[in-house]
Each structure stands twice: as structure tokens, then as C-alpha cells.
Design a protein around this ligand. Structure first.
Ligand SMILES: [Zn+2]
Length: 207
């Protein structure tokens, strides 16, 4: 699974959804009290599974666990408050893996910049809603902040039992966060929303 996450970040880089050091992904198996997250400051084109950080979950805090020698030299992604908050609560009720993907897809970010509410797109493009439930946009919040994390939890309607009502949320002036049971499934939510945003912007018919 960590290799798949590396493949996804290479793909995201090729699509211009991130620059070299952007983007972060975490993964947790429901029955484990730890998760893996991409390290900070590593070029995503060359990311390797042994560079991930292993993060322990203990009640309301997290701590770094030993993983590999190379991982020990690295820091976890700056967006760890977002990933920790989600991974702590997600998946505890199901026999599943949970993957949280954060990238900066060009047309999703452009659409929000143009004032489009991503959750409204399903009205004109119903196919989108068949597979991907889009939350209301998170407004202007600073990157790697607790505020960003908390706003994402709120808009995804994350509850204490680890349920969410949406698969993806956009953050204005920044990017998106998508969640699912495998890296590619989470990625496909982004791909679907990005495709619709590209169509809408190409049409020139957005308000
Ligand atoms: Zn970001």
C-alpha cells in the first residue's frame, strides 16, 4: 500500500496537482493503533516506502514510532493535525483500511478561486454524485493549521464514531482532501471532481 501511495504522488506530480514537495497522504488499518504518513520536505517524485513516518495514536495525541533508519531522519508532513484527527476517528467502526489524500488539483482550486461552491456542481453534473459525495468548501484558512483540520472535519461531517457524510472537501486557495478505503479509490474522487471542474471552467458559464 505504501508503494501505491508513492505511485499516486508521482501521478499527481505529472498531472500538475502538486509541485515537488506538496501533497501528503496517510493510511491506517482499522485495527491498528498507528498510521503511516508521508514525510515533510521530500520530493514526491522520488518518495520511497521506507521514508514514511509511523505515527502512534494514543487518545488525543500522537507520537512518532520507530520505523526505518531513513524515516528516523525525517519529519512527518506538516498537515499531520488534519491526518491525525481523521485517522484517529475514521475506520474504527469498519473492517477497513482508511486512506486520506491531500493534493492541490489545478481545476478544483481554480474553480474555488472563481467562487464556485464545489458541492453545488452535482446539480448540473449528476453523474459526479453517483460515486463521489462533495462537501461544502472550506474557506480561507491557513495551511498546516488546526483551523484547517477542524474546518475539514466539520464540512466532511465527521462524527465521534468515525463516520463521514462526504468523500472529498475543497479548501479555498489551497487544495482538496479525499478519503476512501484504498489509495486509488480516494484518488478517484479527486480525479472525478477535477474533471467536472475542468469542464465547468472550460465552458465559461460559471457564475
Ligand atoms: Zn496543501
Amino acid at each position: 500500500m505504501l508503494e501505491t501511495i508513492c505511485d499516486i504522488l508521482v501521478d499527481a506530480y505529472k498531472r500538475n496537482w502538486i509541485t515537488s514537495r506538496d501533497g501528503n497522504i496517510s493510511i491506517r488499518h482499522h485495527d491498528r493503533d498507528h498510521f503511516y504518513i508521508t514525510p515533510s520536505g521530500v520530493r514526491k517524485q522520488t518518495l520511497q516506502p521506507d521514508q514514511f513516518k509511523k505515527i502512534g495514536i494514543k487518545d488525543d495525541w500522537y507520537f512518532e514510532m520507530p520505523y526505518t533508519d531513513i524515516s528516523a531522519q525525517l519529519k512527518p508532513s506538516g498537515e499531520i493535525p488534519l491526518h491525525f484527527g481523521l485517522q484517529k476517528r475514521l475506520g474504527q467502526h469498519k473492517d477497513e483500511v482508511r486512506v486520506v489524500v491531500h493534493v492541490h488539483p489545478t481545476y478544483c482550486v481554480a474553480a474555488m478561486h472563481a467562487g464556485i461552491q464545489l458541492s453545488e456542481l452535482v446539480k448540473d453534473f449528476p453523474e459526479l454524485g453517483r460515486y463521489t459525495k462533495v462537501a461544502n468548501n472550506v474557506g480561507d484558512v491557513p495551511p498546516i493549521s488546526h483551523e484547517l483540520a477542524n474546518q475539514c472535519f466539520k464540512n466532511l461531517e465527521l462524527d465521534d464514531n468515525g463516520f463521514i457524510n462526504y468523500d472529498i472537501v475543497g479548501i479555498k486557495g489551497h487544495g482538496v482532501v479525499a478519503i476512501d478505503t484504498s489509495p486509488w479509490r480516494a484518488y478517484e474522487h479527486i480525479e472525478r471532481l477535477e474533471h467536472i471542474c475542468k469542464i465547468v471552467l472550460a465552458s465559461g458559464k460559471h457564475k
